[in-house]
Design a protein around this ligand. Structure first.
Ligand code: URA
Length: 426
């Protein structure tokens, strides 16, 4: 069935519902270049302003999913389960999580992306390991998954091509921040990845995409509904992103910290979230009698999977990670309690040091980033180092320091802190 793009735009502009046939035609015609970019940007803006019903979002996701291939892991002996995070500062959780869940008996087929803006990307972090390769063929992916229980690699261009085109358009037309468009974009890729179960880590706070819990909850609800409507057992945790996760921000620095967690140590918040998400992933996969993820971290079995998983993709788990040429310490201006350490400010500072990219095609500096020596609630003394900035180019320190202006507060007591895990949505 064929429609007129202007009629489809008018339907949404006038707050009416798009029919299934209109949605299918729109996504197909846009992917094939029949709908012009300016028409799709008008429609995306109408969706941003007027929203979509649950049926419309489900159909929109389905049409994007059908624009490309869908992976099939049915030949594996273990059930598949995956996690998606909406992105935060210092969010390295995938690195310890995937091998931990594999060590407990599930298979984790994780197709990841690179970072854009102030939040980092899992592939950028793993690429700081000498030799590690993000691009695998479908056959290689299956072989690594079958042998090690976890594969983390780049999503191929065959997965939801309609989303790739639409996301690039939204990025330059002020239409990224639409809950139906974000939810359908993420879920079309995750469902195409072929996982049987999915746990969403939806972040709320200054360092997250969604600043308020109300919006994060709505995004989580929309994504859980889409997953459920497509037969993927989907659960979401709403988690706080007011302050960075762990004590490192930046690619190689975060790999280092992840290895500490896999060795049974590491910062409390990273361990707490890794274990909570791993338990959810195993439960969603139906593995209710599985080994507990906290034990897999303690007994070295998660570390064993990490080492085989990294080696299977050409990486050397024992190779030294890149180290920045220059460092700069940020000192506490006064004594007291570190009452605030703002995730967004730290994320932007790490990005300006070279840890992130401004445009898709930019390279990242693997050694750049920030090591935090104090977290909210810690007592600090005037003159004590609060954090160390790492960069290859010392000229970057000034702009990074400007991003930290107002991000650090020292007071008499800590501001009321939210728990890390705020809500569970199923
Ligand atoms: N990540 C995605 O993949 N899509 C969005 O729309 C936003 C974040």
């Amino acid at each position: 069935m064929s429609f007129d793009a202007v009629d489809v735009i008018r339907t949404k502009r006038d707050r009416r519902e798009l029919s299934d046939a209109q949605i299918d035609w729109t996504i197909g015609a846009y992917t094939e270049g029949v709908i012009a970019e300016e028409q799709m940007s008008a429609l995306a803006m109408a969706i941003l302003l007027n929203g979509m019903t649950r049926r419309e979002v489900a159909r929109w996701t389905d049409a994007m999913l059908r624009s490309g291939e869908r992976m099939d892991w049915s030949g594996l002996s273990r059930p598949t389960t995956d996690k998606h995070s909406t992105g935060g500062v210092g969010d390295k959780i995938t690195l310890p999580l995937a091998p931990t869940v594999a060590a407990c008996g599930a298979a984790v087929p994780q197709l990841s992306g690179r970072g854009l803006g102030h939040t980092g990307g899992t592939l950028d972090k793993l690429e700081s390991i000498p030799g590690w390769r993000a691009s695998l063929s479908n056959e290689e992916m299956l072989a690594v998954l079958d042998r090690t229980g976890a594969v983390v690699c780049a999503a191929g261009s065959g997965l939801a091509p309609a989303d790739r085109k639409l996301y690039a358009l939204r990025d330059v037309t002020g239409t990224v921040e639409s809950i139906p468009l974000i939810a359908s974009s993420i879920m079309s890729k995750k469902i195409a990845e072929g996982t049987g179960a999915l746990v969403l880590d939806v972040k709320a706070g200054s360092g997250a995409f969604m600043k308020s819990v109300v919006h994060a909850r709505e995004l989580a609800r929309t994504m859980v509904d889409i997953g459920t409507d497509h037969g993927v057992r989907t659960v979401a945790l709403l988690t706080a992103m007011d302050t960075p996760l762990g004590r490192t921000v930046g690619n190689a620095l975060e790999v280092d910290e992840s290895v500490e967690v896999l060795a049974g140590g590491g910062p409390e918040d990273v361990v707490e979230l890794t274990v909570a998400l791993a338990r959810e992933m195993l439960a969603a996969a139906g593995l209710t009698d599985a080994k507990d993820p906290a034990d897999a971290l303690r007994d070295g079995s998660a570390m064993d999977v990490w080492r085989t998983m990294i080696s299977a993709q050409g990486g050397d788990p024992d190779a030294p990670l890149p180290v920045a040429k220059e460092t700069h310490e940020v000192l506490a201006a006064e004594s007291g309690v570190l009452s605030r350490l703002d995730a967004y400010g730290v994320g932007v500072a790490a990005w300006r040091l070279g840890a992130g990219r401004a445009r898709k095609e930019d390279p990242v500096a693997h050694a750049a980033g920030i090591v935090l020596h104090a977290k909210p609630g810690d007592l600090v003394r005037a003159g004590q180092p609060l954090m160390t900035l790492h960069a290859d180019d010392p000229e970057r320190f000034e702009r990074a320091l400007a991003a930290l202006d107002g991000a650090v507060e020292i007071g008499e007591r800590e501001d009321a802190r939210r728990p890390l895990i705020l809500e569970r949505i199923a």
